[in-house]
Design a protein around this ligand. Structure first.
Ligand code: UDP
Ligand code: MG
Length: 328
């Protein structure tokens, strides 16, 4: 079995040697081959030099050097593209994740899980701007996606290769990989992992990340629930809106024609017109989204289902097809 450790990093020069030593110790004790894939996400300090030194002395080390900063999610996606392992483990480079938790993650994968996620149950970050928003975000994400995890933000996670190879990442989506993959029907579990305070360097994120995460959640929810049937969301909204508008218009027409109530001083008329228009818009949007969904799946050969295993006896050998006589 080959294990790939994927580590995105931005300006972590002081952390790299310590991280490597810790990883070297843990991975050396595991009975499996491994590779350490560092993705240098446009660092402006001496991170690249530190990585090159490691790569020279250890053939397990792979360095992917970005042309500029593309973000942690993109760096992770690159790591997945270059990873050759059967199991892929992601972690931060700032020593906040503890490599000593890796054997536990691997054990859970061996037990049959497709994804194992870390839970920083004793998180060593500031409360007000990091832990509190994270607690709220985790609750919202769990409720919306139906994937119950305590800690989406922990980068220390392990994935079976086939899961990761079917997931495309955009925006800030790396934390949603378990949720995205849940759409494939995966088995996953969560384990408590150690979390340490940052010793060197600074965090790369501020409070604005919470907003970006919430927006990404919206996308993930939509993709998970409706990407194969968008007309059912937009169509329903359209029918409700258009229906109410039509009803109001009908009542007003009735009142105008048969009860002599004039239309000129009734602002409700505008609401009726607005609702009908919005309804038509929603339905059209749903139809366009249906077209998009087909392009999305067919252009990428993305299946609408995922098979875990197939049980059957040897398939019957196929008879050679007889030529059909055109005259018959
Ligand atoms: N990181 C990255 N690119 C970025 C931002 C962050 O590769 O644009 C890396 C960073 O070097 C670290 C990991 O992502 O290894 C997590 O970042 P950070 O520790 O700043 O996040 P926090 O732990 O504060 O949530
Ligand atoms: Mg960190």
């Amino acid at each position: 079995m080959l294990i790939s450790i994927v580590i995105p990093l931005l300006n972590e020069e002081e952390n790299i040697p310590y991280l490597y030593d810790e990883l070297n110790e843990v991975m050396g004790a595991i009975d499996a081959d491994y590779e350490l894939i560092f993705i240098n996400d446009g660092s402006t300090d001496k991170s690249l030099d530190a990585l090159k030194v490691l790569q020279k002395k250890d053939e397990h080390v792979v360095v992917v050097n970005f042309r500029k900063n593309f973000g942690q999610t993109a760096a992770m996606a690159a790591g997945f593209d270059y990873a050759l392992g059967d199991v892929i483990i992601t972690m931060d480079a700032d020593l906040q994740n503890d490599p000593r938790d890796i054997p536990l993650l691997l054990e859970k994968i061996k037990e049959g899980n497709d994804v194992v996620t870390g839970w920083r149950y004793d998180r060593k970050d500031a409360f007000i701007n990091r832990r509190l928003p994270s607690i709220i975000a985790n609750k919202i994400i769990s409720k919306t996606t139906g994937v119950n995890l305590h800690d989406y933000g922990c980068t220390l996670k392990a994935f079976r290769r086939e899961i990761i190879k079917n997931v495309k990442l955009y925006g800030e989506m790396h934390r949603f990989i378990p949720a995205i993959a849940s759409g494939m029907g995966i088995d996953f579990t969560e384990v408590k992992v150690n979390h340490r305070a940052r010793r060197f360097g600074t965090t790369k994120y501020g409070i604005s990340r919470t907003i970006r995460v919430v927006l990404d959640l919206l996308t993930v929810k939509f993709l998970l629930s409706y990407s194969t049937r968008p007309i059912q969301v937009f169509g329903l909204m359209g029918i409700i809106s258009g229906g109410i508008g039509f009803l109001i218009a009908l009542i007003m027409t009735f009142q105008r024609q048969f009860m002599g109530v004039p239309l000129s001083d009734r602002p409700l008329l505008f609401l009726a017109v607005l609702l009908i228009f919005v309804g038509i818009q929603f339905i059209s949007l749903g139809l366009i989204a249906e077209l998009q969904a087909r392009t999305y799946h067919e252009s990428q050969n993305k299946p609408v289902y995922y098979v875990k295993s197939i049980f059957r006896s040897d398939p019957p050998t196929k008879e050679p097809e007889k030529e059909v006589d055109a005259d018959c």
